[in-house]
Each structure stands twice: as structure tokens, then as C-alpha cells.
Design a protein around this ligand. Structure first.
Ligand SMILES: Nc1ncnc2c1ncn2[C@@H]1O[C@H](COP(=O)(O)OP(=O)(O)OP(=O)(O)O)[C@@H](O)[C@H]1O
Length: 601
């Protein structure tokens, strides 16, 4: 997949400079206009030749409109360019992050950062350029005012520190509120998405009203913070609204006195009044300053996604024809300050199936993630055919190590495209073979357009969707296939059929299978038994079954669907380690070495 960042190059400085250029030109025209209009008025009043001045006035008026339009156009382009770039970088950071480390960010929070925050951050560069330009207008107006009448200019100058103070206070206070406001927005988005994902549970439990209350609970904070932001903005505008007219009136009064004293013309008085207004020009600056502050805070939030830790890859590839032997040496994984996995030494033999079992939370998924390098251990090494996984190129890693999950994410294309998608697009014959192996071919052919049915239009059950995920993993199988609960939605008969087909078509691929069902463990060549993040024992299911604590793993509820009175309840136990369903398939020869107890109890 090409880097998302590569598709959107940084807009660079040009769009912002164009905004600045047109805004400054517009400001210059705005500054020149009163002077020219005043002169024109004087000439017209005194019957002078005002032709050129009149033409200049018209040209300046037209120019002002044009420059305003150009500045608005460039602002739009600048904002769109920066928003796309920021969003793209954040998305790239998110997609390339170590999934395990990105997990603390909820989906709603990520969605808010990628949409609302990226848009606010994207509008900041143009707001900054406009803000710079908006400060030029008062500065130029003050100079022009001094040129028309220095006393009136001094009068405005005396009031400017008060205006600057109002702006500074506004920027400081609004920054704090904006950060809190954006945080609450994310919180609401997160709760909303959680509610959508759990819609069935909510409906079944009849907790819609409570859920609504939960989703909307932060709304009170949002409203309070929003009000505060408006209040700050309003207060700044109100203060400005008092100060600016005061300054304008004071400067105009000074101009009037100067007119009475014969030191200023009528046109000069018009210019003084207009320049005093421009010099104290405030409303625009406060709004732009608000946008800059909001953009800065939003950028910090999108940068969190950009800076999520990603895997670093090496330059090596695997020698061809290896057996697919996986070794974990001295592996430690720490999450939230707790060691969630500790494996001193485990070898997963090439070409065989190894099941990983343990109670819920024992560390099975963490081990699977480390084994297939979805995440790196905090300490230790994981080697595939003698090569540390972190030395492999991304291509080598992802073509040699495949994954299948309980809840696969297959995108929006057709069924065939979804299964074919991978580092290399799988050819159609392989896609069909993989669908057959996954037990998906029959139902796929019954879909409205068979293999070409868009997934969005495919009425699939959870188990069917899961089989498509399996098919994708099979179609791209390299030398190691990690299956993390990837058959959990299949009934045992279908799951058994899939396993048989898998043995037949991918017999030489090393398989590491996170298993909740005893029947899956029974069919594996060997079992890694985890307990509280540690390897309690490694051996065959038959051998481990002799231990009551091992049998307990499958009764305790960790083995979903088969605990207690299920097929692996007391009655099934009486039948032995394979259970009824496994017994039907037979245990097969015990191909693994004698059980190797790793961590003594
Ligand atoms: N990113 C993480 N941050 C904090 N804790 C984590 C993280 N990932 C896993 N853990 C913790 O590590 C432990 C092992 O998790 P893991 O998902 O591997 O369990 P599991 O054996 O697969 O459980 P289950 O059978 O319920 O899926 C759990 O206590 C889990 O809360």
C-alpha cells in the first residue's frame, strides 16, 4: 500500500503566501481608499479637476472587491490543501501504528480527530496569513492617519494598548476552553459509536433510555464550554465595540477641531474618521485569532495520531523453502505497567499446528500478535526460520506471515476483491481455492452476483463473514499462519470441515491457532497452555488433558460456547480429551515431541 502521506504532498508555503499577498494588497487598497476618496471629495467640493482622482477611487473600489474575492478563493484552497494533508498524515499514522498501542484511542475519538480537528487544523494556516494581513491594515491606517493629521493619529495610538490587551486576554482564555471543548466533542463521538456498535445489546437489554443519557451526558460540559467560548468572544468584541467607536469619535473630534482651526480640509476629516476606524480595526482580528487558537489546539490532537508508534522494519528476507519454525526467546510484553506476557523459550515447529489455550485474559492474543509481529515484545526475540521478525522487510514479513481474526475487516469491494486483497493481489484461481478451503464457496456462489457481489450488498451471517476472512488469509498463506479465534463463529462441524480442508491444501504451513474449543486443541499437534501471561506447559492436548487444571480451562467459560454443560461438560469429559466432535475426526497421530513443561507451577 502506498504511504498515504505520499499521496498528499504538503501544500507548502505558497497557498498561505498567496492568502497573505492578496489580503495585504486588499489591506493596502483599503488604506489608500479613504485618502483618495477624501482628496476626490475636496476637489469636487472646490470645483477642481477631479477626473483622475475619481478614476483612481473607482479603480481602488473595484480592486478591493477583486482582491477580497481572490483572498477568499486562496483561503479555500489553502484550507482544503492543509486539511487533506493533515488528515492524510493522521490517517497514515493511524494505519501504520502498532495496533496494540493504538487501542487506547477509541474509534469515536479517532473519528473526531480525523474529521472535526483536521478541518480546524487545516484552516489555521490561512487564518494565520489573514491575521498577519489584518494587522497590516491598522498599522497602515495609522501611518496614513499620521500623514493626514498627526494629532488625530496620536489620539488613536493612545488607545491601541488597551485594544492589544483585550486581544491578548482573549487568545489566552479561549485557548484553554477550546482544548477542553474539543476533548468533550471526542468523548461524545466515542460514546455514540460505542452505542451504535452495541445497538443490538442495547435493544435486547431495553437500555436505550439509559444509553441515550450516557451518550449525551457530556453535552452539558460541551454546552458550558461552548457558552464560555462565545462569552469570551463576545466580551472581546464588546470591549472592542466600546473602544473602537470611542477612539473613532475621539480622533474625529480632534479632526473637527483641526478643521475648525483651518488645519484640515473636509476631505481630510473624512479620511481621519475612516482611518481611525481602520487603525482600531478589531473585530476581524479577534475572529481570526480565535481560528488560529482553535487550529493550533486541533493540530495537537491530530499530531497524536501521526505520532503513534509504528513498527520499524529491517532489510532482510527469509531464505526460500524454510519449514516455518517459530521461536520465542525471553519474550516480555508489558501493557499499562503490567507484564501481560512472559515466554522464556518456546519453539513452534514448522509445518505443524500449534494451539494456544488459556483462560480469558491469559495472553493468547498478545502471544499471537507477537508471533506474527503485529506488535513487538518489550524484550526478547521472535524468530522465523532463524531470522528475527523485526529484521524482515515489510513485504517479506507480510507475505510470509498471515493472520486470520475473529472479526475480520474486509473493506468495501466485491467478495473476490476482498479475498484477493493483500500485499500481492491473489489470482482468481487462488481466491476460489481459498474460498473452498474456508468452506465459503457454496454460500458465495448463492449471492446475487456470486464472487462479484459487493460486500455491502452481501447478506452475510457472522460465520460467513468470518469464513471470508479465513479465505483471505488462506489465499495469501506464506510459511506461518496465525489464527486468533478465527473460527469462533463457526459451528463445530463447519469448523472441523475447514480444518480438514486446511490440512489438505495448506499442510506444510505452520499454524498457530488461538483456541477456545477443546476440539481445536485436540486436533492440534501440540498445545501452548498459557496462564496469567505465562507458559504453564507445552505438550499434546491428550497429555495435558490428564491435568485437572487444564481441563478446567475449557470448563471455566474461557472456552466460549463449550464450558459447563456444553459438549465439553461433565458428560463430554467422560468421553475423553477429544470430545464428541473431535473424536469424530480422530486425534491423528501424536506428531509432537513429549510435553515440555516451561514454567513450573
Ligand atoms: N493494549 C493493551 N493495553 C493494556 N492491556 C492490554 C493490552 N492488550 C492486552 N492487554 C491485557 O493483556 C491481557 C491478555 O490479553 P489477551 O487479549 O491476550 O487475552 P486473551 O487470552 O486473548 O483473552 P480472551 O480469550 O478473552 O480473548 C489482558 O489482561 C488484557 O487486558
Amino acid at each position: 500500500m502506498p504511504a498515504a502521506g505520499a499521496r498528499h504532498r504538503s501544500p507548502g508555503r505558497v497557498p498561505g503566501l498567496l492568502v497573505l499577498l492578496f489580503s495585504v494588497a486588499g489591506a493596502a487598497v483599503a488604506v489608500a481608499l479613504p485618502l483618495v476618496l477624501g482628496r476626490t471629495l475636496d476637489l469636487l467640493l472646490h470645483g477642481g479637476a477631479a477626473g483622475h482622482w475619481l478614476a483612481a477611487s473607482v479603480a481602488l473600489l473595484v480592486g478591493e472587491v477583486l482582491l477580497d474575492g481572490l483572498a477568499a478563493l486562496c483561503t479555500g484552497r489553502c484550507t482544503a490543501g492543509w486539511t487533506a494533508w493533515i488528515r492524510s498524515r493522521a490517517l497514515h499514522g493511524m494505519l501504520y501504528a502498532v495496533p496494540d498501542l493504538a487501542r487506547p484511542l477509541s474509534r469515536g475519538d479517532v473519528a473526531a480527530r480525523l474529521t472535526l480537528n483536521a478541518a480546524d487544523a487545516g484552516s489555521a494556516p490561512s487564518a494565520r496569513a489573514s491575521l498577519a494581513a489584518s494587522l497590516i491594515t491598522p498599522a497602515g491606517a495609522l501611518l496614513a492617519l499620521a500623514f493626514v493629521d498627526v494629532w488625530a493619529a496620536l489620539c488613536v495610538l493612545a488607545g491601541l494598548p488597551a485594544l492589544a490587551l483585550v486581544l491578548r486576554t482573549f487568545a489566552r482564555d479561549t485557548g484553554t476552553s477550546v482544548r477542553a471543548y474539543q476533548g468533550v466533542q471526542s468523548e461524545i463521538a466515542a460514546r455514540l459509536l460505542e452505542a451504535l456498535e452495541g445497538a443490538e445489546t442495547i435493544a435486547a437489554a431495553g437500555t436505550a433510555a439509559a444509553e441515550r443519557e450516557r451518550v449525551l451526558r457530556p453535552l452539558a460540559d460541551l454546552s458550558r464550554l461552548g457558552e464560555r467560548m462565545w462569552l469570551l468572544h463576545g466580551r472581546a468584541l464588546a470591549l472592542g465595540g466600546v473602544l473602537v467607536p470611542l477612539l473613532t469619535v475621539a480622533a474625529t473630534a480632534v479632526g473637527g477641531l483641526r478643521l475648525a482651526a483651518g488645519a484640515l480640509s473636509v476631505g481630510g476629516l473624512l479620511a481621519v474618521s475612516r482611518y481611525a476606524q481602520l487603525a482600531a480595526g478589531f473585530g476581524g482580528a479577534a475572529t481570526l485569532l480565535g481560528a488560529v487558537v482553535r487550529g493550533r489546539s486541533a493540530r495537537e490532537r491530530t499530531a497524536v495520531l501521526e505520532q503513534l508508534p509504528a513498527l520499524v522494519h529491517g532489510p532482510r528476507t527469509l531464505p526460500p523453502g524454510g519449514p516455518g519454525t517459530l521461536e520465542l526467546r525471553d519474550v516480555r510484553v508489558v501493557r499499562g505497567g503490567t507484564e501481560v506476557l512472559r515466554v522464556d523459550e518456546v519453539v513452534v515447529p514448522g509445518g505443524l499446528t500449534t494451539a494456544v489455550v488459556g483462560r480469558s485474559g491469559a495472553g493468547k492474543s498478545v502471544l499471537a500478535a507477537v508471533a506474527g509481529r503485529l506488535t513487538d515484545p518489550d524484550r526478547g526475540e521472535v524468530l522465523l526460520d532463524g531470522t528475527p521478525l523485526d529484521l524482515l522487510t515489510p513485504h517479506s514479513l507480510r507475505t510470509e506471515v498471515g493472520f486470520a481474526f475473529a472479526r475480520p475487516e474486509l473493506g468495501e469491494g466485491t467478495v473476490a476483491e476482498a479475498v484477493a486483497a493483500g500485499r500481492r493481489t491473489a489470482p482468481s484461481h487462488r481466491v476460489r481455492a481459498a474460498l473452498r478451503t474456508a468452506g465459503a464457496d457454496a454460500f458465495v456462489r448463492r449471492l446475487p452476483h456470486a464472487y462479484d457481489t459487493p460486500l455491502r450488498e452481501a447478506p452475510l451471517s457472522g460465520g460467513e463473514y468470518q469464513r471470508l476472512g479465513l479465505a483471505r488469509a488462506f489465499a495469501h498463506a506464506g510459511r506461518l499462519l496465525v489464527m486468533d479465534d478465527a473460527t469462533s463463529s463457526l459451528d463445530t462441524a463447519t469448523e472441523h470441515a475447514v480444518n480438514r480442508a486446511l490440512n489438505h491444501s495448506l499442510g506444510d504451513v505452520t499454524r498457530l491457532v488461538v483456541a477456545h474449543r477443546p476440539s481445536v486443541a485436540a486436533r492440534a499437534d501440540r498445545v501452548i497452555w498459557l496462564e496469567s501471561g505465562r507458559v504453564r506447559a507445552v505438550g499434546t492436548h491428550r497429555r495435558l488433558w490428564e491435568e485437572a487444571a487444564y481441563r478446567e480451562v475449557f470448563r471455566s467459560g474461557s472456552s466460549t460456547g463449550e464450558g459447563g454443560a456444553g459438549p465439553f461438560g461433565p458428560e463430554a469429559q467422560a468421553r475423553g480429551p477429544l470430545g464428541g466432535e473431535a473424536a469424530e475426526g480422530g486425534p491423528g497421530p501424536d506428531r509432537s515431541a513429549a510435553p515440555h513443561r516451561e514454567v513450573p507451577r
